[in-house]
Ligand binder design. Structure first.
Ligand SMILES: O=C(O)CCC(=O)C(=O)O
Length: 344
């Protein structure tokens, strides 16, 4: 059944500088995998010992899960605090002699700001000794910067499918990671709960519960150390650590500062105009509540038609010449790394 799902590789680019990024990648608003972008000395230096030594014993809050696939619906994980050096060592080992729930538990660190309720994470502030090894790719203006986040995962750790409202460059420093992405245009097939998809097992989904999931086009890539993935705002992404791995991602604003919710240190609250529109929609729907069901149904359908004709984009999903070229490179790359799923 899942064979019906359209599978696409994320296009691969080499030799990307700011000019090429802005001209050929950023404007397309589609994910792109970039190889060979200078990320600094982190790619050589960040061994477990080095990270533990330089990162020190600063306390960090981590997700701890007895199962590697984290489940936000049934909350199969706990938040626990560990010194950073201990977290690194535990995340890198397969079985633990010191643990919270089980000797095989998995760890995931998404670093936080100094005041996690208010401040976005910034590696330069929370981990200055390590931040000097990481070069933030200068593909956007300094005033667009939002946050710079450490991502550390045990082997096998899978993070649920979600979207963020900021543009994102995800740098893989060590370890390999599979990333599956879905277009914002396929949102109706993803069974959302807030910003997250309820389909946790994206490889063998329960199609009785999620019959339309197969209609979402699946974009996939594997990040190797040194790779940089552009995830445009609103693109859904699901990550699976194929090995213990360390990454850093940088979020930045595409829209003006005022467009975003000021109380959002994570970059995942919908823009203020959207929150207002959602409240208005809720009021509009409540206004239909007292009507008999057949009237409510008829006028709700007319409202949907009005939304479609007024607000849906008539642009096809942007697929320009540069991406097509890059996609054939991507296919070759995937074949040499043993990827055998048919592309359709
Ligand atoms: O690297 C990961 O595991 C997750 C990355 C992510 O969700 C993000 O960059 O927004």
């Amino acid at each position: 059944m899942m064979d019906c799902q359209v599978k696409l590789t994320v296009p691969v680019y080499t030799g990307v500088d700011k000019e090429l990024f802005l001209r050929e990648i950023y404007t397309m608003r589609r994910p792109a995998l970039m190889k060979g972008v200078a990320l600094g000395s982190c790619c050589d230096k960040w061994t477990v010992d080095y990270l533990a030594d330089r990162g020190g014993a600063k306390p960090v809050t981590v997700h701890v899960s007895p199962e590697p696939r984290m489940d936000f619906l049934h909350k199969n994980f706990l938040y626990r605090t560990l010194p950073f050096d201990k977290l690194i060592r535990r995340a890198a080992e397969e079985t633990h002699s010191n643990f919270f729930v089980s000797e095989n538990e998995s760890y995931y660190l998404r670093s936080l700001g100094d005041d996690p309720r208010k401040d976005p994470a910034d590696l330069r502030k929370q981990f200055p000794e390590l931040a000097e090894d990481f070069c933030i790719p200068e593909f956007f203006e300094a005033e667009q910067f939002f946050s710079c986040v450490f991502r550390i995962s045990s082997c096998g750790l899978q993070l649920w499918t979600h979207y963020d409202v900021m543009d994102n460059l995800l740098a893989q420093v060590s370890g390999r990671k599979r990333v599956v992405l879905y277009s914002p245009r396929d949102v109706q097939y993803l069974y959302l709960s807030g910003d997250k998809s309820e389909v946790l097992d994206i490889d063998t989904p329960d199609l009785d519960r999620f019959p339309d999931f197969v209609k979402a086009k699946r974009y996939e890539c594997v990040l190797n150390p040194g790779d940089l993935l552009f995830i445009p705002a609103l693109w859904f992404h699901n990550t699976l650590a194929l090995e213990f791995g360390v990454g850093v991602n940088v979020f930045w604003r595409q829209l003006s500062v005022e467009s975003y919710d000021k109380r959002d240190p994570y970059g995942n609250k919908d823009p203020v105009a959207v929150s207002r529109a959602m409240q208005t929609l809720d009021r509009a729907l409540r206004a239909l509540d007292d009507l008999p069901p057949d009237y409510r149904d008829f006028y709700a359908r007319r409202m949907v038609l009005q939304i479609q004709s007024r607000a849906y984009s008539t642009d096809p999903e942007r697929t320009g010449q540069p991406h097509e070229k890059a996609e054939s490179m991507a296919t070759a790359d995937m074949e040499t790394s043993g990827y055998s799923s048919p592309l359709s």
